[in-house]
Design a protein around this ligand. Structure first.
Ligand SMILES: Nc1ncnc2c1ncn2[C@@H]1O[C@H](COP(=O)(O)OP(=O)(O)OP(=O)(O)O)[C@@H](O)[C@H]1O
Ligand SMILES: O=P(O)(O)OC[C@H]1O[C@H](OP(=O)(O)OP(=O)(O)O)[C@H](O)[C@@H]1O
Ligand SMILES: [Mg+2]
Length: 286
């Protein structure tokens, strides 16, 4: 029988768009009409389940889905036994403690005997325990930032990214307790056949991620600077050097990470490089 893997992705929310874009960038085609909770790919042995993110760790642990894309915060909170196959680099955020902005805060002992509202009682409970703080935890499922202003709790523990939700609700961030990003998770007892498909998917994800973090760079340089320039942008094996129509000049083509490019740009120019073009790479296989 031909195997097929099932992946659980968030139906709609902060993870959905980037999860589906990544799958599309892997060349996997599927129909994702509104309201559809299950879909199959037309060109890869994969089936999609569109779910609430809270349910994804459990579905993967139970084997209802083989793979899932979920925030690490949700994974750790649900405490399910699954493998993390890959950190995906999107939906980056943190879980933080916040209190009304007029409050004086010195250190974590502020929370002794206080109450905190959160959707992450396990992560918060573990953190408070590790700091030896006795505080009351009020579990609520959303709009956590409103809790202090309606007298439900002294402070909150919730997701922060830009900090604008805290600010709009008159709160200030006082402790960061957990860093999170989207992760690809897998059931721990996948068959050999399914593992082969997972490997193919991981190969594609790696090619997409490498492509995104690297750039194709083209520049013109006088021949006497070539050695210096090759050292600055050595590329995958070595740069391509092509002669220009103008004698004494060459075109150098190479691949390098964007960070490396910005670090080396001054030295490249000092070495005589000009007409520098930086082009995005769609996929990269080393
Ligand atoms: N502001 C943010 N910036 C970056 N990542 C975020 C942000 N808010 C949430 N996330 C990440 O995205 C995940 C999903 O967030 P979202 O707000 O869509 O969850 P939800 O409302 O619980 O969704 P669902 O309806 O699926 O239960 C979070 O668990 C977290 O990992
Ligand atoms: O620091 P910020 O950039 O303001 O982001 C933080 C907010 O983002 C998330 O909510 P979201 O906007 O996804 O809405 P939700 O609460 O309905 O999930 C999270 O629950 C915070 O409230
Ligand atoms: Mg949720």
């Amino acid at each position: 029988m031909n195997s097929i893997i099932r992946i659980a992705v968030q139906k709609s929310g902060r993870l959905s768009e980037d999860s589906l874009s990544l799958i599309k960038e892997c060349g996997i085609k599927f129909y994702n009409g509104t309201g559809k909770l299950k879909s199959s790919s037309t060109n890869f042995p994969i089936e999609f389940l569109f779910l609430r993110d809270d349910d994804i760790p459990g579905y993967v642990a139970d084997g209802v889905a083989d793979l899932g894309i979920v925030g690490e915060n949700e994974l750790v909170e649900k405490d399910k036994d699954v493998s993390i196959l890959k950190r995906l680099g999107f939906s980056k955020c943190r879980l933080s403690l916040a209190i009304p902005k007029g409050e004086k805060y010195d250190d974590i002992r502020y929370f002794e005997g206080k109450s905190l509202a959160t959707s992450y009682p396990k992560i918060l409970g573990d953190f408070l325990k590790s700091k030896n703080i006795q505080a009351e935890i009020h579990e609520i499922s959303g709009s956590v930032e409103i809790a202090p202003s309606i007298g439900l709790a002294h402070g909150i523990c919730d997701i922060v990214s830009s900090g604008s939700t805290l600010m709009m609700n008159g709160l200030k961030e006082v402790e960061e307790i957990f860093k999170s990003e989207a992760v690809l998770i897998a059931n721990k007892t996948l068959s050999e056949e399914k593992l082969k498909i997972v490997d193919k998917l991981l190969f594609r994800i790696n090619a997409v991620q490498k492509g995104k973090s690297n750039k194709y760079v083209l520049l013109n340089a006088p021949n006497e600077s070539l050695e210096k320039i090759i050292n600055l942008i050595p590329g995958m094996r070595s740069p391509t050097i092509l002669p220009l129509a103008q004698e004494g000049w060459s075109s150098v083509h190479s691949v390098l990470s964007e960070d490396q490019f910005w670090e080396n740009i001054e030295e490249l120019r000092d070495a005589g490089a000009e007409g520098i073009l930086v082009v995005p790479i769609e996929k990269m296989v080393i």
